[in-house]
Write a protein that binds this ligand. Structure first.
Ligand SMILES: [Zn+2]
Length: 77
């Protein structure tokens, strides 16, 4: 989840990022997040039950690690 300050009418700067899973706040200094996060934006298509719905969320690194640990098929890097 991203919270913004409106600077000019069309310009926004990120204030803070909050992990959607654990609620941890990732500090942002001058628009730059001080920790890396997983940012997801997914527009669901016609062949889903959510036609055209856009879902957005952020996960901190710890929650990301937890998520990928739960995968039955491990990631390759
Ligand atoms: Zn988290």
């Amino acid at each position: 989840m991203r919270q913004y300050t409106e600077i000019l009418k069309e310009t926004q700067e990120i204030d803070r990022i909050i992990c959607n899973k654990c609620g941890k706040e990732i500090p942002v200094l001058k628009g730059v997040p001080q920790e890396d996060v997983l940012e997801v934006e997914k527009r669901w298509g016609y062949f889903s039950d959510k036609d055209n719905q856009v879902d957005r969320f952020d996960l901190c690194e710890e929650c990301y690690d937890e998520l990928v640990k739960s995968f039955r098929i491990k990631m390759r890097n």
